[in-house]
Design a protein around this ligand. Sequence first.
Ligand SMILES: *Cc1c(COP(=O)(O)O)cnc(C)c1O
Length: 433
Amino acid sequence: MQREESAKLFKKAKTLFPGGVNSPVRAFKAVGGNPLFIESAKGSKITDADGNVFLDFCCSYGPLILGHAPDEVINAVSETVKLGTSFGAPTRLENELAELIISNHRYIEKIRFVNSGTEAAMSAIRLARGFTGRNKIIKFEGCYHGHVDALLVKAGSGLATLGTSTSAGIPEAYTKETIVLPLHNKEAIEEAVIKFRGDIACIAIEPIPANNGLLIQGKDFLQFLRDVCDREDIPLFFDEVISGFRVGFEGAAGLYDIQPDLIAFGKIIGGGLPVGAYGASDKIMSCVAPDGPVYQAGTLSGNPVAMAAGKAQIQACLEPDFYKKLEEKTTSFAQDVNQFSASKNYPFKIFHIGSIFWVAFTNEEEIASSEEVEKSEMSYFKAFHGELLERGVYIGPSGFEVGFVSRAHSQEDLEKGAAAMKEALDAIFSARP
Ligand SMILES: *Cc1c(COP(=O)(O)O)cnc(C)c1O
């Protein structure tokens, strides 16, 4: 497979951007070689700068639940962009997208649009602090909430300790307000809420953690969090940037039937354009400016072109059986590969929920915390990624990224994807002693 043009473009990009990219994972550091430069995409397929076509399971890391360039989104964007790109004034489209979401989502009464998932999580945290008048936040090891200073934090040593930053450039004054706990560990939470009682602005979690592999928590743990938050009068914040509109229209909150106090959205909500949002009850949202004292603003927030894309995509998600079909496709795809892997005794498994899946080199039946991920063999992933590329299948270039099945993935696509994965596994493990 020729990838010369991508190599050439990457060489140029490295003179322009740090690492040649505008978001680190794209640089292929974890798998080696040059990233593919994508020229175009349609449905389940992407075409690179050398004209190679790949079946795509990365789907832009989550936003593209209808696949690439779906007709309804492209039409909505094309029509809207002709009328102007930004006004800095309210538009009808903001109302329409907000109403579509709020009237079909039991857990939010008001919403505010922003421009990314990071911005949504950052603003939700500020709102939780403004609403409660408290400073500290609890987050979990293995959950990602965007590159917000106070959230780029990992656990210090020992349970219920204050965090240390995972990036240079973050003052200790910020990270000392963040308490980082292990996932799926009830004792650690009990210990922390007692130790910091009266000072916790919110407990923040990805209800379906999908940024460090797929660490499915299940209803029991999330219900426990809800109960602790009720007992201690702490707002519960679900970061549903990846799970929202993905595992069901109401995201993980709806799937598990648990009411969070604040929710952040991103990814799918923008139909492939940059949109984030946060929502809550009327009471909590009334703290946001200009109604309340929590400041948050955006020059391009509620941008009409992005709103039109989001509206077209969200509307398609409301089609009857939309999520059921996605889940069925994903389950049979994962089962197909898993049965093969088990029959060959390979230390490999696809974990999945809704239309999210994660390829893991492990013998574990379940993985629910990030400590368990370290044990699984990331070195195999690099070879797996390369074998898949050679077979025309593209997945995210890191073993910690999840994959996605979209509406555009046909039965034939999924069979092709499964066959490529089986061949890749054979290629990797046949050389095994
Ligand atoms: C992707 C993601 C973010 C960050 O969103 P960006 O749009 O990349 O800023 C935050 N939280 C979760 C759970 C995400 O998956």
